[in-house]
Design a protein around this ligand. Sequence first.
Ligand SMILES: Nc1nc2c(ncn2[C@@H]2O[C@H](COP(=O)(O)OP(=O)(O)OP(=O)(O)O)[C@@H](O)[C@H]2O)c(=O)[nH]1
Ligand SMILES: [Mg+2]
Ligand SMILES: [Zn+2]
Length: 294
Amino acid sequence: MPGRIVASYGQRGVLEAGDGTKRRYVLKGRRLKAVCGDVVKWTEQKDSPEALVTSVSERSNALERPGSSGNAELIAANLARLLVVLAPAPEPDFFIADRYLCSAELMGANGIVIWNKTDISPDIPDKIMEYQDLGYDMLAMSCETSEGLGKLESILGDGISMLVGQSGVGKSSLINTLVANADAAIGELSEASREGRHTTTASYMHELKAGGKLIDSPGVREFAPVIRDVQQVQAGFREIIRLADQCKFSNCQHLREPDCAVKEALRQGGISSRRYESYKRLCNSVTTLLKQGH
Ligand SMILES: Nc1nc2c(ncn2[C@@H]2O[C@H](COP(=O)(O)OP(=O)(O)OP(=O)(O)O)[C@@H](O)[C@H]2O)c(=O)[nH]1
Ligand SMILES: [Mg+2]
Ligand SMILES: [Zn+2]
């Protein structure tokens, strides 16, 4: 029978069966891997109420990060959108936002920037507006006043979307405002540091009343896309890949090469120095990983 993974904890988790009911499952065999968003086949077991997942369908895309063993670790699959949530508190970490947007580009999901908590800070900072200038859809909203919620629902109308970002930006609060009875746990920011408390510990996929599915995920301190070739990093930065064919060298990495269109645009203010810094840092970390033999 067909099903869709709603939550996964290693070999076990929760799936949604074809009739909409939720069931606990266990994977058949150690080699199978399933994450939120995966489409699976499952059967009943004679001696257990758990569904037995026997296969995972081919994924249209997957969000991954480098795992501890050097292998890629799957986070979620079959995503139409990656919603990168930022807020006035905790203070935005733009490297994390850029890296998620880089992943969105590389996996072929639509990257969308959400500026939450407009009740605290109604004006969107210039650094956030830069994302809109790059052509990313951007939405300002508040879980307190419900500003922007209707627009968000219309964006999420079909397919699977996933909320990502730092701890404390309001991902679970947003789930609770959009999904009746979601009951997602919400954590106060710490008094001293104004950082989130890492309240959500596992991803969970919710059904939206207005259509579409939305995954709540644990906040991160850092994130990196899985990239095995430095040349590939530029494909995750739309303003850089756009200029790349104007560089003198076709394999230009836009770091130290002469006659580089990207460096020229940087000098003239055509691309943001902060975004370029993100690009450089990601290139460096990919080079380091490659040297370590991953
Ligand atoms: N003022 C205001 N506070 C908000 C808003 N949205 C969320 N918060 C608060 O921000 C804090 C963190 O919210 P969470 O929803 O737990 O954040 P999260 O992103 O799920 O955090 P993790 O699960 O730790 O990754 C809570 O105190 C919320 O009440 C908002 O729109 N306005
Ligand atoms: Mg949360
Ligand atoms: Zn170049």
